[in-house]
Design a protein around this ligand. Structure first.
Ligand SMILES: [Cu+2]
Length: 250
């Protein structure tokens, strides 16, 4: 029953959120938005709130396998074939602390080359690090290793493929996930991770990217929040809620 959340409504929500910060590439800013507080009530039926699984570093190390492959997901009540990390859109949230080492085995289950980029992390681009010139071919696996400096700033980042010529298709297709660097213990108080993305689903598949869109970025017809359309997020009365917002629109 839920309807796709329009970009207008989305920005209204973003404006209503307190202390939320959007990080990422262009995409949302090219339209005009209604002023906040116009008195209208949004009665759109809401999907339940979900957020990606969290994988946290232990004793300075986060080790994981990320398998990029097509997956059947449900969007706005309909089945859609998207691209996924470990079968989910978005992929798992990676929780790191300054000084951590992260080892990622990227397995390419796609039908085209891919690679892995950790958007915004202050890590080396060399060798097995955040190297956009790597090409991981279909069926291949590659062991990445990222070392965060001890003074790495806390912040919200994200990962996605950075294989030139295929970035737009693969991110639009569903390949992205959050990275959070902080010194917090999430077992005590976990923030809400809010991954905002957009896509266009046509006949159960992600719409093909036009050459112009590939150059300029694009606006998908459907805005997703943690892979669902218009989820309802309940805020505790009288308390503060920390939202970590990632703009994964390309
Ligand atoms: Cu990026």
């Amino acid at each position: 029953m839920s309807q796709p959340l329009s970009r207008r409504a989305l920005l209204g929500l973003a404006a209503a959120g307190i202390g939320s910060v959007a990080i990422g590439t262009a995409g949302l800013q090219s339209r005009r938005w209604p002023p906040f507080g116009d008195g209208r009530r949004d009665d759109t039926p809401r999907a339940p709130w979900t957020q990606p699984a969290v994988i946290e570093s232990r004793a300075g190390l986060l080790e994981l396998e990320l398998r990029a492959a097509a997956a059947d997901v449900t969007i706005a009540g309909g089945a859609a074939r998207m691209l996924s990390y470990n079968g989910a859109v978005p992929g798992p949230t990676l929780h790191l602390h300054p000084g951590d080492r992260m080892k990622v085995r990227l397995i390419n289950g796609l039908e085209e080359p891919t690679n892995l980029h950790t958007h915004g992390l202050r890590v080396s681009p060399d060798d097995h690090g955040d190297n956009p010139f790597l090409t991981i071919r279909p069926g291949q696996a590659f062991d990445y290793e990222f070392e965060l400096p001890d003074d790495h700033p806390a912040g919200v980042f994200w990962y996605h493929p950075h294989r030139h010529g295929l970035v737009a298709d693969q991110v639009f297709g569903g390949l992205y996930g959050a990275i959070v660097v902080d010194g917090e213990d999430w077992s005590v108080s976990a923030p809400r991770v809010v991954v905002v993305s957009d896509t266009t689903i046509s006949r159960g598949r992600v719409a093909v990217v036009s050459p112009m869109d590939r150059m300029q970025g694009r606006l998908g017809e459907t805005v997703l929040v943690n892979g669902t359309v218009a989820p309802r997020l309940a805020a505790p009365g009288g308390g503060a809620q920390r939202l970590l917002v990632i703009n994964a629109c390309v």
